[in-house]
Each structure stands twice: as structure tokens, then as C-alpha cells.
Design a protein around this ligand. Structure first.
Ligand SMILES: Cc1ncc(COP(=O)(O)O)c(C=O)c1O
Length: 452
């Protein structure tokens, strides 16, 4: 069955005239045109042509309660009538700050911002202000948003990433100053031995080590306890801060993925779900470090403001969302996530294709690789894998399932077992289709004598 997409096509033609590439964010790009949303309700999203699908993309993992959750809609509607932003502080920002600082050990103080990018940027600037050092270390391939320093090596490729023991600092955007690359040290994921050897060469220069406990672009594979412990110990020994990016992973446990490990980071960047569907970010951590933001200090180390930071709409939605995401809801979607990964694994085996599923808690990712990757280099997606992944995503769309473009998905609290069953059924038929594509491809290769 092929759906009618005439309205989306028309909208995209108009969009191409006014938006570069026809989109405001690359995430929504799809060939031959993006799909345009009309309405979201719970875990369902309807496009402008009227096709209704189960939404496992959840606006890039930000909608923990799906679309238009009544508790959030009600709270935000009440606040809308009272105003959307003031040059005054509000009670609700204090309430959300109190909620978040109660939620995780080590969240002594918090500052709200407007995106995950801004949250990571503020963590890095706070670490520099606190330590008086300028360099940062980050994990190869990890996505942390658009800040120049945080994005280094996000798109490293076999041709430029260098030796495994010495990953190179690779710019993402054209024109990135060479000085930015000099300030960013790249370490491999989950390899404490190599990571520490690299860090040792920069001891005394590093403000912080930035790490995501289950990085999306590295395949949604959880950080090993030994890796985090090694970074925690090294940063303490060398006067650097440990910064966690929990923009996505905060959903994985009531107090974030950091609950998995025995120790806390010094600073954490938050975003996505803590805004209840509205643009948000936050920097939180140890009192002494957060003091760099203090505008009442004799010497203000990190002057920090933002017109829309802690606006009452985001704060109201965020408070409603986070209060509703209690331990029971966390356990519910983590249980469903486990079922999803198990059922997807069964579908892969049943179809008999070289693929695997990774993830944790309420997150999954499908790889067109026989074995789960262990780091960025192993998770690197080849041209052939990209083709198969696109085919799987398109098949899922046709069959009423929305996935993220990396073949990943996140769950939302309105989901139940029937949505997971539908997901695995659709994926099973998708895997069978892919198997047929692979067979066709190898037949062509045999005929032509070369990989097509
Ligand atoms: C781990 C992580 N950090 C930071 C960001 C940036 O967040 P935002 O898109 O809100 O700027 C993202 C966004 O996908 C992310 O996944």
C-alpha cells in the first residue's frame, strides 16, 4: 500500500522557496519530502493527509508523555491566560528547581536554559570558569548539540578519524576555527585504558570530561561502569570536572542514568523531556561548581542570562511532566522498553538477517549489523546499511509506525503492550523485506562481479 502524500508534497514545494533545504531542522528531512504533522494525541501522530501512526520518535525523545497529555495541556492553558514570560521571576521556576534538585543526588542547584545545546554549552563554560582551564575532553562521535566545542568529532569518518589510540579532533561545520579543535581532546567510548592514556597527556589542562551515559550516535549502548569509574577517578585526581550529558538519558531512571553508577558527575546537562514538550535545557550539579553562576558573588565567574530561560510556560509544562513521571511511570516504560528490545530481537532472529538491537530503559536502536557495536567506530553506518535502514523506516511509516532516522525509538507513558506488539510485527515484516533486498543485491553482485 502506498499512501497519498499530496498535501505534504505541496507544503514542501512552498518550504523549499523559503527554508534552506525546505526545513528548519535537518532531523525532519525525508526524501522525497518531509511528512507534515497535523495533530498528536497520546502516542499517536496524524499527518496532514490523515494517516495516524504510533509515534516512537516523540519529537526526538523529548515527549515522555506523548502528545497533548491532558495534565500538561490543562496546566499550560491555565498559565497561558496569565502570561507567557515576564521580566520577573516566577514561583513555578522555584517549584521545578525544587523538584529536580530533590530528584537526583548531586543536583544541589540548577539553572534553566532553552535547549540541550545551551545546557551543554553552559556546562562547558561553567567547568572552564570553575577550573580556570580552557580544554575539554569528549567521546568520539557523541552528539551533544551545536556548540562549537561540543560538536567536535561528531561526524568523524574512517577517512579522517585517525588511529584508534589517537582519535583526531574533526570539525563538523565548515569554518570551525582551528583553535576550537586544539581545545577539544577526543577519547574513545568504553575504553578506559586508551581514554586515560589520552587524558594523561593533557592532565592539568582540562576543565572537564564530557560524557553521555548512553550516547545515541554511538549506538545507544550503555557506558560501562568501569569506564565511568575510571573517568570519575581521573577527573578527581587531576582537578577536572566530570560532566554528564543526560539530555536524552535522564528518562532511564527516576534520577537519570547517573543512578546506575555509584558516583555522581560534578555537572549534568538536561533537556528534552524536562520541558514537558516545550523548549528547555538545564545545568545542574554540585553547589561549589554551580556557584560560578552566582550573580551575587564578589567576582561573578560566569555571567549568565537568557530572555526565555525559565519562562513560565516551559516551567509549568516541565513541572507537570516531571511530577507525572514518577517511579511507577519510569518502571512502566522501562518494562515496555525491555519487551520491545526482546521482541525486536526475536523478529530479527525469525527473519534471519544480520541485524541487532541495542538500548536500555525506554530506548531502542536497530543496527544493520550482526553484532552490537561497542564504540563509535563500530557503530559507524555504511552506505549499504543506510540504504537498508531507510527501507526499514519507510516500511514502518507505511505500516503506521514512526521511528527516528537512526532506526531508533523511544517510548512514552501512554504506550502499552499492544503498541509494542504492533512495533515488533511491523519490524518483522520489514526485516523480511530487507532480507529480500539483500538477496537481490548479492544476486546483482554475482552477475556483475562487483559490489553494486
Ligand atoms: C545527548 C544530547 N545532547 C544534547 C542535545 C541537544 O539538544 P537540543 O536539540 O535541545 O539543542 C541532544 C539533541 O538531540 C542530545 O541528544
Amino acid at each position: 500500500m502506498t499512501h497519498d502524500y499530496s498535501r505534504s508534497r505541496q507544503l514542501y514545494e512552498r518550504a523549499l522557496g523559503v527554508l534552506p533545504g525546505g526545513v528548519s531542522r535537518n532531523t525532519v528531512l525525508r526524501r522525497p519530502h518531509p511528512l507534515y504533522a497535523s495533530k498528536g494525541e497520546g502516542c499517536y501522530l496524524t499527518d496532514v493527509e490523515g494517516h495516524r501512526r504510533i509515534d516512537f520518535a516523540n519529537n526526538m525523545a523529548s515527549l515522555i508523555h506523548g502528545h497533548a497529555h491532558p495534565v500538561i495541556v490543562e496546566a499550560v492553558s491555565r498559565q497561558m491566560q496569565k502570561g507567557t514570560g515576564f521580566t520577573f521571576a516566577t514561583e513555578v521556576e522555584v517549584e521545578l528547581a525544587e523538584h529536580m534538585t530533590r530528584r537526583s543526588k548531586g543536583f544541589d542547584k540548577i539553572r534553566f536554559v532553552n535547549s540541550g545545546t545551551e545546557a551543554v554549552m553552559c556546562c562547558l563554560k561553567a567547568a572552564r570558569a570553575y577550573t580556570g582551564r580552557s580544554k575539554i575532553a569528549k567521546v568520539e562521535g557523541a552528539y551533544h548539540g551545536l556548540y562549537d566545542y561540543a560538536e567536535v568529532s561528531q561526524t568523524a569518518q574512517p577517512a579522517n578519524w585517525g588511529e584508534a589510540e589517537h582519535p583526531r579532533s574533526i570539525a563538523v561545520a565548515q569554518g570551525t576555527p582551528a583553535s576550537v579543535l586544539d581545545e577539544v581532546i577526543v577519547i574513545p567510548f568504553n575504553n578506559p585504558k586508551v581514554a586515560l592514556a589520552i587524558l594523561d597527556r593533557h592532565a592539568g589542562e582540562l576543565a572537564c570530561v564530557l560524557v553521555d551515559p548512553m550516547p545515541h550516535r554511538i549506538g545507544f549502548i550503555p557506558a560501562a561502569a568501569a569506564f565511568i569509574e575510571a573517568l570519575r577517578k581521573w577527573t578527581r585526581q587531576h582537578g577536572a570536572l566530570l560532566v554528564f550529558d543526560e539530555v536524552i538519558t535522564y528518562r532511564l531512571a527516576y534520577g537519570g542514568a547517573q543512578e546506575w553508577f555509584g558516583e555522581e558527575p560534578d555537572l549534568t546537562a538536561l533537556g528534552k523531556m524536562i520541558g514537558g514538550g516545550f523548549p528547555v535545557g538545564a545545568v545542574t550539579g554540585r553547589k561549589e561548581v554551580m556557584e560560578v553562576f552566582n550573580p551575587l558573588a564578589e567576582k561573578v565567574l560566569f555571567p549568565h542570562s537568557g530572555t526565555f530561560s525559565a519562562n513560565p510556560i516551559t516551567m509549568t509544562a516541565g513541572l507537570a511532566a516531571m511530577e507525572y513521571f514518577d517511579r511507577e511511570q519510569v518502571a512502566k516504560i522501562n518494562g515496555l522498553g525491555e519487551a520491545a528490545r526482546r521482541q525486536i530481537g526475536e523478529a530479527i532472529r525469525s527473519a534471519g538477517i544480520p541485524a541487532c538491537v541495542t538500548g536500555g530503559g525506554s530506548i531502542f536502536r536497530i543496527h544493520m549489523k550482526a553484532k552490537p557495536p561497542r564504540n563509535y567506530r563500530e557503530s559507524y553506518v555504511t552506505g549499504e546499511e543506510t540504504r537498508l535502514m531507510r527501507a526499514l523506516i519507510e516500511h514502518a511509516l507505511e505500516e503506521g509506525i514512526i521511528l527516528i532516522g537512526t532506526c531508533s525509538g523511544t517510548l512514552s507513558t501512554p504506550m502499552n503492550q499492544p503498541e509494542i506488539d504492533r512495533l515488533s510485527d511491523v519490524l518483522l515484516s520489514g526485516f523480511r523485506k530487507i532480507k529480500a533486498m539483500r538477496t537481490e543485491l548479492s544476486a546483482v553482485e554475482q552477475l556483475t562481479g562487483s559490489p553494486s
